[in-house]
Design a protein around this ligand. Structure first.
Ligand SMILES: Nc1ncnc2c1ncn2[C@@H]1O[C@H](COP(=O)(O)OP(=O)(O)OP(=O)(O)O)[C@@H](O)[C@H]1O
Ligand SMILES: [Mg+2]
Length: 239
């Protein structure tokens, strides 16, 4: 049994179908990356898992239990953490207050961290130094670290990260990548949407490519690296 399974998931907005049958799975302990061109439905896939978008067809299972169409609150309580593309740091709250917000409605998993635990982690050194700064005063990298830290305070066995390195300076990209690796080594399973192919390849156990609403490729980063044809056709980039 996979930790997360999507079987022929359809979803969209209003009359527009964006996902036309997404099938993929994530095994416990893996880092799986989902890549694909702009607008193919990567974010919609994550939103379908966490109950922000209601699937119109197919099934989503977490630990073998069907969660298709469950509310975001239920999914969070089940142990799925979601860090959206737009990060959603509360601008008027301090770093500490933002972290405390993570305590509401999350999951009591073994991976749940207290706010104090967050300060102990080297990866969050910058946040520790900026405890009393407001969300608005944080850099993009600090906001990303805070959004991930808040998901840890909420407690997650499976972390869904939507383009966490987008718009960040190379050195900060490295830090975010190191953090994701560290969290995974501690046992958190990760489903990562990532446009930075170097990061996606460095972190992933397996890669899925989404194109126009369905999965068109699954393989290891090494296999994808060797398959120029697939990359040309579905990503339009060279690695
Ligand atoms: N809230 C929404 N309402 C209507 N259409 C939407 C909404 N969000 C996304 N879409 C459309 O759905 C399609 C898929 O969007 P989605 O955000 O899932 O793609 P993506 O692969 O994450 O893209 P990107 O790489 O730009 O983040 C796009 O055509 C987008 O315009
Ligand atoms: Mg997106």
């Amino acid at each position: 049994m996979s930790l997360l399974e999507l079987a022929d998931v359809h979803a969209g907005y209003g009359e527009t179908e964006v996902l036309s049958g997404v099938t993929m799975d994530v095994e416990e302990g893996e880092v799986v990356t989902l890549v694909g061109r702009n607008g193919v439905g990567k974010t919609t896939t994550l939103r379908s898992i966490v109950g922000v978008v209601e699937p119109t067809g197919g099934e989503i299972r977490f630990r073998g239990e069907e969660i298709t169409g469950s509310s975001s609150e239920t999914v969070a309580r089940d142990g799925i953490g979601f860090v959206p593309e737009e990060r959603r740091v509360f601008p008027g709250l301090t770093v500490t207050e933002n972290l405390k917000m993570g305590r509401f409605g999350g999951a009591d998993t073994a991976h749940r961290r207290s706010v104090e635990d967050i300060w102990e982690l080297d990866a969050f050194e910058n946040l520790r130094e900026r405890k009393d700064s407001r969300g608005t005063d944080l850099s993009g990298g600090e906001q990303q670290m805070l959004a991930i830290a808040r998901a840890l305070v909420a407690g997650a066995d499976l972390l869904l990260l939507d383009e966490p390195t987008e718009g960040l300076a190379p050195i900060i990209v490295e830090r975010v990548a190191d953090l994701v690796r560290e969290l995974n080594e501690e046992g958190i399973t990760v489903l990562l949407v990532e446009q930075n192919v170097a990061v996606a390849s460095a972190l992933a156990d397996r890669v899925y490519i989404l194109d126009k609403g369905s999965i068109v490729y699954e393989g290891t980063p090494e296999e994808l690296d060797a398959d120029e044809d697939v990359r040309d056709r579905h990503l339009g980039i060279s690695m």
